[in-house]
Design a protein around this ligand. Sequence first.
Ligand code: ASP
Length: 442
Amino acid sequence: MPREAVTVAKFGGSSLSEPVRFQKALDVVRADERRRFVVVSAPGKRDAGDRKVTDMLYACYEAAQNANEAEFTGLFEKIKERFETIRRALCPGLDLTEDYETIKVSFRRRMGRDYAASRGEYLNGKLAAACLGYAFVDPADCVFFKDDGAFDAERTNEALHTRLSAEERAVIPGFYGSMPNDTIRTFTRGGSDVTGAIVARAVDALLYENWTDVDGFLMADPHIVRDPKLISTITYHELRELSYMGATVLHEDAVLPVRMAGIPILIKNTEHPEAPGTMILPRREGSEGCVITGIAGRKGFSALTVEKDMMNGELGFVRRILEVFEEYGINFEHMPTGIDGVTLVAPTEQLSGKRTAVLAAICRAAKPESVEIRDGLALIAVVGSGMGRDLPALSKVFEALAGAGIPVLLTNRSMAENNVIVGVDTARFEEAIRAIYAIFEK
Ligand code: ASP
C-alpha cells in the first residue's frame, strides 16, 4: 500500500450523533479519496442535555443484569431508535433487524458489560459502511487484548495489517476488540481515538485525521481565557505535557501507536471542515522564536517541604523521604530542591488520612529541622519549543506574574523538557493563567 495514498479518518460521537451531522461526516470522507479507512465512535450527545449511546448501553445492560425487564426493554427501544433515525434518513436500504435481535438476546444472556458498550460503535460502523459503500471490518477479529486485559499491540498490528490490506476501503468500529477467549473488551472511555491510531499504524497511513466537535487545541482553557488562539502545530511531546496538566481533546493512549510510526495527527472539526485544525507532529521543524504552544494547569496539589542544614552533603537524604512516600502510596509529581531543603509536590487527595503518619515517618527517617505541608497549590505549565531554554520566554512568564502581583510559590524546569512549571496559590490560578496568556499574546 503506497503511503501517500492513505488517510485514516476517525469520527467522534458528536460528529455521528444524528442524521445531519452524520451526513457531514460522510461528505468529509467522500471529499478526499485518500480517506480509505474510517473509524467511528458510537452516536454521542445531540445537545447538552442528551445522553451518549454508550452511556445508554451501560444502563441498559445493568437493567438486563438486574432482570428489570421493563427498564431493559424501554432503554433498548430508545437505543434502537437512535440508530433507526440515522438509518431511515441516510441508508434506508440497510436492514439491521437481525443485529438488534442478536444484541438483545446477548444482553439477556449477560454477554458482558464491555460487549454491551461496544455495540454502539458496531452499529454505527455498519451504518457508515453501508452509506459509504465501504467494507465493514469488525475489530473483534483483528484488535486484540491479552489475558491480563492489556492491549496486544503487536498481534493487533499484524492482524489488522493483513485484514486491511485485503480491502480497498473500509469502516472499522472504534473502542473495542477481543480477548484471547473471544469475549469482547473495550478500551477505556473515549477509546475510539486509540482504534483510529492503531488503524493508522497498521495501514502505514500518511495522516491520521481525528474529526471532532472543536476546531483543534486551544492555547488555554476557554473557561479561563476569553477566545484563546488555536494551536496550529504542536509536537507529540508538547501535547503530552499539556494533557498531563488537564487539557484534553484526544485519548492519551491514542498518541503512542502513531508516534511510534511517525504519523502526524490532524484534529479537525466536522462542523467546520474548512478550518485548518491542529496538526500534531513528531517534531518541530526549525524554531519559531519566542513563542509558546499552550498553557494548562491543575489545582489540588500540596507541597511538603523538608528542611535540614547541610542537606546537600547528606547522602541518601532524599531517598529516605521518597521511601516514606512510596510506603504510604503517595505519588510525588515534582521535586524542586534547594541547598538545605527539598519540596515534594503531590496531589492533596493522596495525603488524605495519612498526614500525621507521613510527617512522623519523615521525621524518623530523615531527622530534619522542619517539615511542613502547604495545601492549596495550583500548578501551571507553560509549554513551547525551547521554553525550557529560551531566556526571553522564560523571563516573560515571571514578568507576567510579577506584573499581576501573583507570588510564585515554586518553579520547576528540567533541562530535558519544553516547559516550565510554576506553582501559585489556588485562589490566584485563573488570574495567573490569564496574565501569562496575555503577555505572550502581545
Ligand atoms: N463511545 C465510547 C465512549 O463514549 C468510545 C468513544 O467514543 O471513543 O467513550
